[in-house]
Design a protein around this ligand. Structure first.
Ligand SMILES: Nc1ncnc2c1ncn2[C@@H]1O[C@H](COP(=O)(O)OP(=O)(O)OP(=O)(O)O)[C@@H](O)[C@H]1O
Ligand SMILES: O=P(O)(O)OC[C@H]1O[C@](O)(CO)[C@@H](O)[C@@H]1O
Ligand SMILES: [Mg+2]
Length: 490
């Protein structure tokens, strides 16, 4: 598998420390490509829009909290329709592929790429690749038209199917070339975007007129730079149903403990936001915040205290929380899925047994109900706000590809859609920063212990990480160096 981090960045600088981290354009390696007027200018729905076309020089700033003496900093190219396009409508042969885990909204993005291409640009030839990247060389394709995709946004999952593992870059590009595809829309998480980056590199190496556009997907909301990933709000909303059930169950029995496990392999955003939204949760455990079970200040002591005070409690645990404790106690071997992602032990079951055993030994009867809605929060159709967001993502990708941009991913940066180089979203991973105000808000809403001693707090502050628009502080963890950037606090 490739290493897109090696790709050379396309940088431009300006006055006052202005930096544009630009995305490639087909004309970078095909300088004689002809351009055409954008057909949108004759489209009755769009022709009335004032200043519909984006100025080619428009850029979006990464940092919006500034000081008097701040430099202008990093910018990305603004997404949107351009005056001139580099494809004629009847020349376009597009394909769409979905990879990695499911996420609410995948079908909406597929639908809106198809409808956007067709209704805005008059494109007729669009293929769906079946079953993720490996579908390029081992499976059939489906023809996508507005009629075929008309209702798919009302369904969960992806009508195209998805997979993990299996990325043979040259076979994929051979397939693209053999089928005469010239626009490739790739929906998926960090692994998928790494794959997209190497596909783009191979296409550029072969000098093909093929635009590669990535649409970032992750239910965990751990993709950096962009404000938020699609489907996240839907997942948090659906998680409320599980938390409500846990609350009702725990309320109805003596010493009731409701335990809910939510997704979040390395980042606890779903658990944190679901907890903050619910207000019925007494303890939220996430991968970023280490905890311990026994002794003073530990989880068991807190559970006992809450039960004595209230007679019931609700705990939310992210799947990646406490993995060190689970591995230690089960002495398990590291296992990986087909894409090389670490396979986690079921922390929910493990901690349920731990809590039950602890209170049985103490002869304090408790009633624990464990709810695991893991796949229920991601296998559902997206809510209305995510549907609108998915539409904008799809349209931004279509406008970018039609305008000849390539090797880019798309997403909102401080509320404005931008074209972002692949390596900017694959080199880091967003994490909840436990020294930020959002986590403090959570601690103050649940009243749970922080499980940290002063030494841990000092270390956590040292590790403080950079921001996205979603949270108060900067929260992207640079996997390589943990480098700190300026925090921006509400
Ligand atoms: N380093 C890599 N280089 C090239 N291709 C990759 C790389 N990592 C993953 N891929 C490809 O991307 C696909 C999806 O990757 P993965 O299973 O890690 O899911 P993901 O896109 O990260 O989504 P999720 O949010 O579910 O983790 C894989 O099937 C594989 O083909
Ligand atoms: O069971 P699957 O389909 O591999 O997906 C599970 C993983 O996908 C994610 O949703 C996204 O990476 C994780 O939170 C979770 O661990
Ligand atoms: Mg991933």
């Amino acid at each position: 598998m490739g290493n897109p981090g090696d790709t050379q960045m396309k940088l431009a600088t300006g006055e006052g420390g202005y930096v544009l981290e630009d995305v490639p354009h087909l004309t970078d390696y095909l300088p004689d490509l002809p351009s055409y007027p954008n057909p949108l200018q004759d489209n009755p729905a769009y022709s009335a829009v004032k200043q519909y076309f984006v100025n080619d020089d428009d850029t979006v700033t990464q940092k919006i909290v500034v000081h008097k003496d701040s430099t202008r900093g990093v910018h990305f190219r603004r997404a949107g329709p351009r005056q001139r396009v580099y494809f004629e409508s009847d020349e376009v042969h597009a394909c769409i592929v979905t990879c990695g885990g499911l996420c609410p909204g995948l079908n909406t993005v597929i639908r809106e790429i198809v409808c956007g291409l067709c209704h805005m640009y008059g494109v007729k030839k669009i293929l769906g690749i079946d079953g993720g990247y490996r579908g390029f060389y081992s499976k059939n394709t489906v023809t996508l038209t507005p009629k075929v995709v008309n209702d798919i946004h009302k369904r969960g999952g992806t009508v195209l199917g998805t997979s993990r593992g299996g990325h043979d870059t040259s076979k994929i590009v051979d397939s693209i070339q053999d089928r005469g595809i010239n626009q490739v829309y790739i929906l998926g998480g960090d692994g998928t975007q790494r794959g997209a980056a190497v596909i783009f590199e191979e296409i550029r190496r072969r000098g093909l007129k093929v635009a590669v556009a990535g649409i970032p997907k992750t239910i965990d909301n751990d993709i950096p730079v962009i404000d938020k990933s699609f489907g996240f709000d839907t997942a948090v909303e659906e998680a409320q149903r599980a938390i409500n059930a846990a609350h009702v169950e725990s309320l109805s029995i003596e010493n009731g403990v409701g335990l809910v496990k939510l997704m979040g392999r390395y980042s606890g955003f779903i658990a944190m936001y679901a907890t903050l939204a619910s207000r019925d949760v007494d303890c939220c455990l996430i991968p970023e915040s280490p905890f311990y079970l026994e002794g003073s200040g530990g989880l068991y002591e807190y559970i006992e205290k809450r039960l004595k005070e209230n007679g019931h409690m609700v705990i939310v645990i992210a799947e990646g929380a406490g993995q060190d404790l689970v591995s230690e106690s089960l002495q398990s071997m590291d296992q990986q899925d087909a894409s090389g992602n670490k396979l986690l032990q079921d922390v929910g079951l493990w901690i349920s047994h731990g809590i039950k055993d602890h209170f049985a030994k103490k002869k304090m009867p408790i009633n624990l109900k464990y709810i695991d809605p893991t796949y229920m929060i991601r296998a559902i159709p997206s809510i209305a706000s995510d549907n609108v967001y998915c539409t904008l993502l799809a349209h931004s990708a279509v406008h970018g590809a039609m305008a000849g941009y390539t090797g880019f991913t798309v997403g909102p940066v401080n509320g404005r859609h931008a074209y972002i180089p692949f390596n900017r979203i694959t080199e880091k991973q967003n994490k909840v920063v436990i020294t930020d105000r959002m986590w403090a808000r959570l601690l103050s809403s649940t009243n749970q212990p922080s499980f940290l001693n002063p030494k841990d707090i000092a270390e956590a502050k040292e590790e403080k990480q950079p921001a996205t628009g979603l949270l108060d502080g900067e929260n992207c963890k640079d996997k390589k160096s943990n480098t700190e950037e300026d925090p921006c606090m509400v």
